[in-house]
Ligand binder design. Structure first.
Ligand code: ADQ
Length: 460
């Protein structure tokens, strides 16, 4: 039996589950069956980067983690991963910062990951690397003689060559990604962009099955949308009806409609534009004044990166502006909080909401859209307003699809959601629910791994 070895920037230890907001931890929880290994950074910054992984066993899963030095953390994680790659791969070239020192730190940490993982590997292990922090690790493993099957999945978008080449050394990254046997994407569009980039960087033309050969090594690609455990989440939403938090929220609404947004506090999520759109709803459709409360939960994230601090200040100001302009002495239109809330509690909040507002400017998939649908009461469901730039929109076409840059259009969609007849809400919701039950977290893992296992062993 071959073991599954999952590699991600951060390892989510069983003891900290539920406390952190983030899609990757949610998606991977399902892959970690007994016998598997999860390797990555511990989240700890120490005077020196670890020379070997620390191993902890829990319920049959092996957690192997390394600490990073302050300098490695800053160059690899804050600098290149989140200062260069994150904005670039979300099409935000204007926010891209590039420092060669950070880039070299990124390559070095990918090599350190490979160095620390290699001694732990058995010949039959299947290695599954996750996300943009580790784009060069597959190549680093190959350089250390690792011949195991290696998969790489990108949770965030991939950009077309014209955008990609804004980043100095983009070709190096694309070539390193191709060292994996299978590279996975959330959407067909992302895969297409990667194949075009591979052609532009390496001259490797894709074949009929969307794979290509470069220097004798074949790289296959797959579209595997990340999903959620829709039925489990629906159960959690139902159970939440009895939670004290749910009751408190209901009491505080005093019969008003609830609109909800739940995100990490990140500039890709379109939060300032969303606040503007909500302001427009109140301005253009005054019948909703005093009748709706918008709850935005935006968990603070990556606070070491400057751009996230300025976003937070911008949102504080905008929330103040909207509430200053529209509040009444007994009604606050926008409730805005910046801490993470337990996922089970959020499930109950989604279920109470008439509208789920998911309007990222760009998003690999967006699991909140799926959670909102799963949590609804199918007999009287709320309506999802979804950005066309979320990966989720490729499939979830029965949502009210909007362009998040157009505040008037988003306001109109929220209005349409609030006045939508029950029959139409039920029809749209049933179609969406069927889709998210088909592409779950479990099927994502199964589809990717089945394809990876099927690939012939790399010959080195
Ligand atoms: P994220 O950018 O983190 O994930 P998303 O897919 O929405 O975005 O996942 C967020 C998860 O964290 C959800 O399960 C959500 O419930 C939870 N969460 C978000 N905000 C929260 C809050 N304020 N409090 C508590 N929990 C919160 C990345 C990519 C996505 C991709 C996922 C999975 O950016 O596009 O869908 O990985 O592949």
């Amino acid at each position: 039996m071959s073991r599954l070895v999952v590699v991600s920037n951060r390892v989510s230890m069983p003891t900290e589950r539920g406390a952190r907001a983030g899609g990757l931890a949610v998606a991977l929880a399902d892959a970690m069956t007994p016998g598997s290994v999860w390797f990555g950074w511990s989240g700890k910054r120490m005077p020196a980067t670890s020379n070997a992984a620390t191993i902890v066993e829990n319920k049959g899963v092996t957690y192997a983690t390394i600490d990073l030095s302050e300098s490695d953390y800053h160059r690899y994680y804050v600098g290149f991963s989140n200062g260069s790659l994150w904005p670039l791969l979300h099409y935000r070239t204007g926010l891209l910062e590039f420092r060669r020192d950070d880039y070299e730190g990124y390559l070095a940490v990918n090599e350190i990951f490979a160095d620390r993982l290699t001694p732990l590997l058995k010949p039959d292990d299947i290695v599954w690397i996750h996300d943009y922090q580790l784009l060069t690790m597959a190549e680093a493993l190959r350089q250390r003689g690792v011949r195991n099957r290696i998969g790489l999945f990108l949770h965030i978008p991939f950009v077309p060559p014209a955008v990609l080449h804004v980043l100095p050394s983009a070709s190096v990254l694309v070539r390193a990604m191709a060292a994996a046997d299978l590279v996975g994407f959330q959407t067909h569009g992302d895969r297409m962009n990667f194949l075009e980039s591979a052609a532009s960087c390496m001259g490797a033309a894709p074949d009929a099955t969307n794979g290509f050969i470069h220097q004798g090594h074949r790289t296959e690609t797959i579209v595997a949308p990340v999903g959620i455990d829709a039925d489990g989440f629906a159960q959690a939403a139902k159970r939440a009806a009895n939670m004290a938090e749910t009751k408190r929220l209901i009491e505080s609404l005093v019969g008003r409609d609830l609109a909800i947004g739940v995100d990490r506090l990140d500039y890709t999520k379109g939060l300032p534009q969303r606040f503007d759109a909500f302001g427009q709803l109140l301005h253009r459709h005054p019948e909703h004044l005093r009748r709706i409360s918008f709850l935005q939960i935006a968990a603070r994230s990556r606070e070491d990166v400057d751009r996230y601090q300025s976003l937070r200040r911008e949102l504080d100001r905008k929330a103040g502006d909207i509430n200053g302009a529209y509040s009444d002495f007994d009604w606050t239109p926008l409730r805005y909080m910046t801490r993470a809330v337990n996922r089970n509690t959020i499930a109950g909040f989604y279920r109470l909401a008439r509208i789920g507002v998911v309007t990222p400017l760009r998003d690999g998939m967006n699991l909140v859209a799926k959670e909102f649908v799963a949590a609804q009461d199918s007999a009287d469901p709320g309506v999802l307003v979804l950005s066309r730039f979320a990966g989720a929109a490729e499939d979830m076409t029965e949502a009210l699809i909007v362009n998040p840059y157009d505040a008037d259009a988003v306001a109109d969609a929220m209005h349409a959601a609030l006045i939508m007849e029950k029959d139409e809400r039920i029809t749209r919701h049933a179609a969406l629910l069927a889709k998210i039950r088909k592409h779950t977290a479990a099927s994502f893992c199964r589809d990717f791994l089945r394809r990876l296992k099927f690939i012939e062993r790399a010959t080195g």
